[in-house]
Design a protein around this ligand. Structure first.
Ligand code: KIV
Length: 258
């Protein structure tokens, strides 16, 4: 097992795992000093491309953004989402995961699902491709974007799926919008770390979508704490630039060549 992966697993019950998404080099460079894991999430479909769902994201788009992110990372573990319809069976998953790993030089891939993909996870891990799981709300397949785990059948399924993913060899599991007490149970019952998004502080780590927490995404979501209002900062900068150009105070002599 890769040293970097072992380091993440060893954090369980010792220190919280910090994770954020990045889709480009400059952002990854900022995150790298502070994060344990940087995820190139297929959330880029809605964040950058205005797609209705992540189901529209292609493998090539994920690879191009990941190549950019790779250039900004020196120490964090880099995980890349396998997009929808790229892991429908073990053969397809292995071919596409190998492509992602070789073209982007990432450390691991992330797949959504439980029992349905546990054999696929086993195949990837056997082929030395580290896998992060993803349970709870599954944007690639769920029709209803509500939190999960209130109903008893959901509770049992998520817990069972988490154990199956662990047995299949996943090194960690993202829990998206999982009810607080269930997040606690799952985290306690498995030996690999859980990374929560909208799943309370009962998880071993946290992840947020970068554009959400810096205040670029206009939509307010309950589980997102906005750590900055970068939209305001950017708007001021653009407004000042426009004023300067119109008043002819930019560019000055010092910005020009002679
Ligand atoms: O695509 C993504 O950004 C994700 C996170 C929400 C975990 O999967």
């Amino acid at each position: 097992m890769q040293q970097k992966i072992k380091k993440i697993i060893n954090k369980k019950n010792k220190s919280k795992i910090v994770s954020l998404t990045a889709y480009s080099k400059n952002i990854a460079t900022i995150l790298d000093d502070f994060c344990d894991i940087i995820l190139v999430g297929d959330s880029l479909g809605s964040v950058l491309y205005n797609y209705k769902s992540t189901r529209e994201v292609s493998l090539d788009t994920m690879i191009e953004h990941s190549k950019s992110v790779r250039m900004g990372i020196k120490k964090s573990l880099m995980v890349v989402d396998m997009p929808h319809n790229t892991y429908r069976n073990s053969k397809e998953a292995l071919k596409n995961a190998k492509k992602i790993m070789s073209k982007t030089k990432c450390d691991a891939v992330k797949l959504e699902g439980g029992k349905k993909i546990s054999q696929i996870v086993r195949t990837l891990v056997k082929n030395n491709i580290p896998v992060m799981g993803h349970l709870g709300l599954l944007p690639q397949s769920d029709k209803n974007f509500k939190f999960k785990g209130k109903k008893i059948f959901e509770k049992n399924k998520i817990l069972k799926d988490a154990k199956l993913l662990e047995t299949a060899g996943a090194f960690s599991i993202v829990l998206e919008c999982v009810e607080t007490s269930l997040a606690k149970i799952v985290t306690k019952k498995i030996d690999i770390p859980t990374i929560g998004i909208g799943s309370s502080n009962n998880c071993d780590g946290q992840i947020l979508v970068f554009d959400d927490f810096i205040g670029l995404n206009p939509i307010d979501v309950r589980f997102v704490k906005k750590y900055s209002n970068i939209k305001k900062v950017m708007t001021n900068a653009v407004s000042n630039y426009a004023k300067d150009v119109r008043k002819k105070v930019f560019p000055l002599k010092k910005h020009s060549y002679n």
